[in-house]
Design a protein around this ligand. Structure first.
Ligand SMILES: NC(=O)c1ccc[n+]([C@@H]2O[C@H](COP(=O)([O-])OP(=O)(O)OC[C@H]3O[C@@H](n4cnc5c(N)ncnc54)[C@H](O)[C@@H]3O)[C@@H](O)[C@H]2O)c1
Length: 365
C-alpha cells in the first residue's frame, strides 16, 4: 500500500513462538510492521532475536515503555505474563497485541479493555487463524447460506505437551490448563462464525498429576500438574446452536480440529492453521475434499494478526482480532471449569463487537 508508514513494534517475550513464528512472519510484511527491538526477562533470548535482524535489545520493560519511538508491543510472554505486561503497555499509552489467552482471569481482561478504551489505544489478541484465507472463505460461504442454518460446531486440540514443549510445566500451572491455552483456536472460529455463547456445561479433571519434561534443557525434570489437564465443554450459543469442545494435555484425539454443521451441509477445517484444505459434506454427497484458496499460507501465518493491528493503528479503525472478543473466549473457558466444579450449567455474560470480514485488498497487502 503506498504511503503506509510501518508501525514500530517491540516484541516482549522472545521464546519459541517469537523465534519460529512472529519474527519471521512479521518480517514478511515490512510494509506494515517494523520490528525495532526485543525484550525478554532472559536477556540472552532477546539478544538471539536481535542478532538475526539488528533490532535493539532492551534491558527492561520500563525501558521499552519509556521509549517514545515504540508505538506498540507484541506480548509473547508466557500466560502469567500476559496481564501484567499488556496492562503496563496499555497504561504507558502503547498499542498492545497479545498472544492468547488474553489473561488468566476475566477481571484482568476487563481491566485491560477499560484501560485501552481510556488511553485510546488498540488492544488486539491472538489467535488470528480466522484471518486465514481458508477460514475467511468458509465464513463467507456460511454467511451466504451455503450450509443453511448453522446448528452446531465442534473443536478439538491438544495432546501430551511435555513431549515437545520445553516449558510444558508452565502450561499446566493452576489457572492455565488446556482450555485457556488451546480452546481459543476453535472458540474464536466458532464465535466469529456463529456469535456469542450464552451458557456452558463442563466436565474436567486432573488425569496425570505428576509429569516429566521430555524436551529442552530441563528434560528429565518432574513437575506437578496443578490445573485440570483434560476436559469437555458443551456450549449453547445465543442463536440456539450447540458447541462441543474437547481439550486435553493427556489424550491426543483424532476428532476433527474444527467442524461447523448446518441444515444443508458441514465444513471441516483447521482452526489454528491456514492452508490445509477444506472438507465439505452435503446431505447427498457425504464428505469431500476441496482445494484451499490459492493464496492460503500452509502453516499459521503469525504476521497477519500484527499486520491487521498495524493497519488498524494507522487508519484508526477497530482491530479484527479484538481484546473484547478474546475476553469472551476466556470467559467461556473459565466458565467450563466452573461448571465442572459445580456440576451445573453456567451463564456467560460478556459480549464483543462482531469481527469484520477481511476484504480485498487485505490489511496485509
Ligand atoms: N509454542 C507454541 O506453539 C505457541 C503457539 C501459539 C501460541 N503460543 C503462545 O505464545 C506464548 C509464548 O509461548 P512460547 O511457546 O513462545 O513460550 P516460551 O516459554 O518458549 O517463551 C516465553 C518467553 O517469555 C519470557 N517471559 C516470560 N515472562 C516474561 C515477562 N514478564 N517479561 C519478559 N519476558 C517474559 C520467557 O523468558 C520466555 O523467553 C504463550 O502464551 C503461548 O500460549 C505458543
Amino acid at each position: 500500500m503506498p504511503n503506509f508508514n510501518p508501525v514500530k513494534i517491540v516484541i516482549v517475550g522472545c521464546g519459541m513462538i517469537a523465534e519460529v513464528g512472529y519474527q519471521p512472519r512479521c518480517q514478511a510484511y515490512p510494509q506494515k510492521i517494523e520490528l525495532i527491538g526485543y525484550y525478554d526477562q532472559d536477556i540472552n533470548r532477546a539478544k538471539l532475536l536481535a542478532e538475526k535482524d539488528g533490532g535493539k535489545v532492551y534491558q527492561s520493560l520500563d525501558e521499552v515503555l519509556n521509549d517514545p519511538s515504540v508505538e506498540g508491543i507484541i506480548n509473547l510472554t508466557i500466560h502469567t505474563g500476559h496481564y501484567p505486561v499488556s496492562l503496563a503497555g496499555l497504561k504507558a499509552g502503547k498499542h498492545v497485541y497479545s498472544e492468547k489467552p488474553v489473561a488468566l482471569r476475566v477481571e484482568e481482561a476487563d481491566e485491560m479493555i477499560e484501560t485501552a478504551d481510556q488511553m485510546g489505544v488498540k488492544f488486539a489478541c491472538a489467535p488470528v487463524a480466522m484471518l486465514g484465507y481458508v477460514q475467511q472463505s468458509v465464513w463467507k460461504r456460511i454467511r451466504g447460506g451455503e450450509i443453511g442454518e448453522v446448528v452446531s460446531a465442534m473443536g478439538n486440540f491438544g495432546g501430551p505437551l511435555e513431549y515437545w514443549h520445553p516449558n510444558a510445566d508452565l502450561f499446566m500451572m493452576k489457572g492455565v490448563g488446556p482450555f485457556k491455552d488451546v480452546a481459543p483456536y476453535p472458540l474464536t472460529a466458532m464465535t466469529t462464525m456463529i456469535g456469542p455463547v450464552k451458557q456452558v456445561y463442563g466436565l474436567a479433571q486432573i488425569t496425570i498429576p505428576e509429569r516429566m519434561l521430555h524436551a529442552g534443557n530441563r528434560a528429565g525434570n518432574k513437575y506437578k500438574v496443578s490445573e485440570k489437564d483434560h476436559g469437555i465443554g458443551l456450549l449453547e450459543f445465543e442463536n440456539g446452536a450447540y458447541g462441543l469442545l474437547y481439550h486435553s494435555w493427556t489424550a491426543r484425539s483424532e476428532l476433527p480440529a474444527y467442524e461447523i454443521h448446518g441444515t444443508k451441509g458441514c465444513f471441516s477445517i483447521q482452526a489454528h492453521d491456514d492452508g490445509r484444505g477444506i472438507r465439505k459434506s452435503t446431505p447427498m454427497g457425504g464428505w469431500e475434499n476441496e482445494d484451499s484458496p490459492k493464496k492460503a499460507y500452509t502453516g499459521l501465518d503469525w504476521g497477519k494478526g500484527p499486520s491487521d493491528f498495524a493497519d488498524a493503528i494507522r487508519h484508526d479503525r477497530p482491530v479484527r482480532c479484538s481484546g473484547k472478543h478474546a475476553r469472551h473466549v476466556l470467559e467461556i473457558c473459565e466458565r467450563v471449569f466452573e461448571a465442572a466444579d459445580k456440576g451445573v450449567p453456567i451463564e456467560v455474560k460478556s459480549r464483543f463487537p462482531a469481527p469484520i470480514p477481511v476484504g480485498d485488498p487485505t490489511p496485509w497487502d
